[in-house]
Ligand binder design. Structure first.
Ligand SMILES: NC(=O)c1ccc[n+]([C@@H]2O[C@H](COP(=O)([O-])OP(=O)(O)OC[C@H]3O[C@@H](n4cnc5c(N)ncnc54)[C@H](OP(=O)(O)O)[C@@H]3O)[C@@H](O)[C@H]2O)c1
Length: 282
């Protein structure tokens, strides 16, 4: 029986087992998907030898996506661009890695706001971490002309701006994140990729005053499903997309890698995960 994992630390919050086991049951595949809590001092050993534990591959989540990138012998273009791997598998005796967050981000926006990329002249991305990199790689794929990055740490922001300088953006603006400031340069798309607004984290306090009138606001935080940012954007009649769809859509290409079948993101799956998100986890 094939086995796959999600590894991170902590891991009890992860909804990946719920998603993948739903699909395994739905498609009648005799396999299992389990969560593995692995502490930092053991992660390299785990990633270097998961096949000896009977796994065909798995997902890697916080805080190990960059370590997983380093542990792979072959990495897809998405993994190389983001320098982070969230999906790992064995092929021809080699450890392969991919980053499916890019695909998840794009598929979610395509589903929630069809045609968004045709109208998008400028995108503003809040954050400069791993998720920001994946989102910016998605924006580059769709040839978004102009980009504004907004982040607390100026150093991390300018390092990211340097690294993406040849990704095809016509202009890249950098703006330090400051409470209730106008940072967005009339952007048509705003994406929060920080953990601000997530359950247990401080709120994201930004002014939406200088977004374009036709703007789309996407928060990749999915717990809670409706963040304060999305509530405020709705109140101002911007089109919105939450983070749950990204989580579901990033899982589909990973499932296909291990189990050979592209699963569907359905309303039944979304309802199942939504209900689970309403239950507190330790
Ligand atoms: N929906 C999905 O499928 C999906 C996929 C991937 C990630 N995510 C979510 O995206 C979020 C970020 O993940 P990541 O991998 O990019 O993490 P990361 O690499 O640690 O980056 C965290 C980002 O959040 C900012 N930040 C954190 N605390 C802050 C604070 N108190 N004030 C201001 N900025 C703060 C950091 O700013 P500094 O640079 O200043 O530290 C950085 O830009 C997580 O909540 C994760 O769950 C969702």
């Amino acid at each position: 029986m094939k086995r796959a994992f999600v590894v991170g630390f902590p891991i009890s919050h992860s909804r990946s087992p719920l998603i993948h086991n739903f699909w395994l049951k739905k498609y009648g595949i005799a396999a299992e998907y389990v969560s593995k809590a692995v502490e930092a001092d053991r992660i390299k050993t785990f990633l270097a030898g998961f096949e000896a534990e009977g796994f065909c591959g798995g997902n890697v989540t916080l805080p190990y996506k960059e370590i997983a990138f380093e542990q792979c012998q072959q990495v897809t273009e998405s993994g190389r661009k983001t320098k982070a791997v969230n999906t790992i598998w064995m092929e021809g005796g080699k450890r392969f890695g991919d980053n499916t967050d890019i695909e998840g981000f794009l598929a979610n926006l395509d589903a929630e706001v069809p045609g968004w990329s045709q109208d998008c002249q400028r995108a503003a991305v809040i954050g400069a971490g791993g998720a920001a990199r994946a989102v910016i790689a998605g924006l580059a794929k769709r040839r978004t002309p102009e980009l504004t990055i907004v982040n607390r740490s100026r150093e991390r922001m300018s390092q990211l701006a340097d690294e993406i300088a040849d990704w095809g953006f016509r202009t890249i603006q950098q703006r330090p994140l400051e409470v209730r400031h106008r940072h967005f340069d009339q952007a048509n798309l705003l994406i929060n990729t920080t953990s601000l607004g997530m359950v247990g984290k401080p709120p994201l306090e930004v002014s939406l005053d200088d977004l374009a009138d036709d703007a789309v606001v996407n928060d990749i935080v999915y717990a809670p499903m409706e963040t304060e940012l999305l509530r405020e954007a709705k109140r101002r009649r911007f089109r919105v997309a939450g983070g749950l769809g990204m989580l579901l859509h990033q899982a589909a290409p990973a499932f296909e890698r291990w189990f050979g079948l592209r699963p569907e993101v359905t309303s039944e799956l979304r309802d199942l995960v939504e209900q689970d998100l309403q239950r507190p986890r330790s």
